[in-house]
Design a binder for this molecule. Sequence first.
Ligand SMILES: Cc1cc2nc3c(=O)[nH]c(=O)nc-3n(C[C@H](O)[C@H](O)[C@H](O)COP(=O)(O)OP(=O)(O)OC[C@H]3O[C@@H](n4cnc5c(N)ncnc54)[C@H](O)[C@@H]3O)c2cc1C
Length: 512
Amino acid sequence: MRIAIVGAGVGGLATAARLAKAGLEVDLFETGPRVGGKMQVVHNSSGLRWDTGPTLVTLPDEIKDTFDHLSDRGGVPPELVPVREGTHVHFADGSDWALPAPGQSLSRWMENVDSRLARECAEVLKVAADVYAFANDHVLHREPPGLVELGLKTTLGGLALRTPDLARLDYLRFVQSRLTDPRARELFLHFSSYVGILPEHATASLVSIAHVEFGMPVVFPRGGVYEIAAFLRRAAEAHGVRLRTDAKVTSARPVGGSDTRNAGWEVAWTSAGGGPGEGAGEGTSRYEALVVATDPHQALVDWLDSPTLRRHWYGDVVEGRLAPSESQFVVLVERAEESPLAHHVKIFPDSWTRTYRQVVLEKRLPEDPCVYAVWPHATDPSVSPRILFLSAMAPSLDSGHSWDQTQCEAYTRHIRELAERRLGRALPGRVVGTVSPMDLYRGTGALRGGLYGAAPTRFRQVAFARASSFSRVPRLYFVGGGVHPGPGVPMVLKGARRVATRMVSEFLTGGR
Ligand SMILES: Cc1cc2nc3c(=O)[nH]c(=O)nc-3n(C[C@H](O)[C@H](O)[C@H](O)COP(=O)(O)OP(=O)(O)OC[C@H]3O[C@@H](n4cnc5c(N)ncnc54)[C@H](O)[C@@H]3O)c2cc1C
């Protein structure tokens, strides 16, 4: 049984390794020279290294599950170092909150600010924990439920009775109705940027992210987040996956007619000769199954030839009705000197909500963006203290910005000045690189440079209501942040496990 997987981000790598471990023959195609997709790393000449994508990982049990399953051949996985310090949040009015470590009581900490805030926060976090438990039981590990099924389950499980406003309110109104402190509102609302959509376009259930971020452990893989991709690559290759880097899939078309038993895919690619023993050139092969581990919507535009799926998505993508999520602009700084920060610092604009609307709706480069500063040395002393990662809100490519050198330099200057002003301290250092929405588009095929793929706001979807991993087309599967259960490394790994389990059951154990 031969399977083609397109895309060697964490989703494609984890699926490939799991399928190969189960005994299936897997070819993994990656258009870039390195694996990892959005999880990337940059080295400079003095050996310093910067993660350019994820800088922290939530839900460590999900990561451990993948590590445990694959470490028989993948070698020692990276240690997951707990982040012991909470996020440091700086507000535009000059105040700042050094939040407690993930897993410690945020509402108790809020008593330092105001007892009413602490009470309100405790109630919101209770709902967040309740929604997360429900999602974990009924949504994240299964097919995205339909509205009727969701309604039934929330009613029978008591969630709808305990929190009736979850179904009635969007996330913006939910937060506004439950939190009176403007800073707490902004802090909770900014979670909608984790799925790249406006809070008024998300359902109130998005509050579950607050539980994952504040109420559960958060970790940093020792040495850097890219160690996850490096481990997955080792595991995949050790289990026999044939990895072809620098190999761009240019078309995949269904073959074998309507008989499911003979159904398969003809996959064509061009290769720059990246794999071991691979020369540059072109190739075509037939596979029994195809796993799309790239942005699913961009795949339909670029190379996935499926008339069935085109009927459903293609027009929406090409005609722009399917909006991409928000993007980010990343700046990598080599500090001249060490001046400690928290692992994660969030520098809020005057109004997070207003700025986010400018970015998502008006597609403007904001004058007052929300800036994240990440100093991984705070958690992992093996990472040089001279490494600083800054990132700021940026519109997807529909904005028309070219992200040429002049624009990248200007936005870099702007972000640094803003961060320095709000933090009240200089951040001296040399810029060693930037990652713009254009780089994300060119480097990973992200739909119009959006960070999290499509954000189909017309249907008010949130992460766990994305397209299914199991298509209606025979022997075609989807993995990754663009499909259920959504973006972020743990969700992508959850999806990979589910798809691999289903495929092994279909192909090796006859569906039992
Ligand atoms: C700046 C930034 C910060 C982030 N922060 C966090 C964080 O802190 N925590 C977290 O959990 N997540 C974070 N994320 C999100 C996380 O990185 C992604 O959700 C996850 O890595 C997506 O993995 P994936 O496998 O779905 O897709 P991708 O990583 O997008 O991989 C898709 C791969 O497919 C390849 N490809 C595309 N087209 C073709 C083709 N035609 N032929 C062959 N190969 C092709 C691409 O080159 C790419 O390697 C962040 C992302 C970014 C960019």
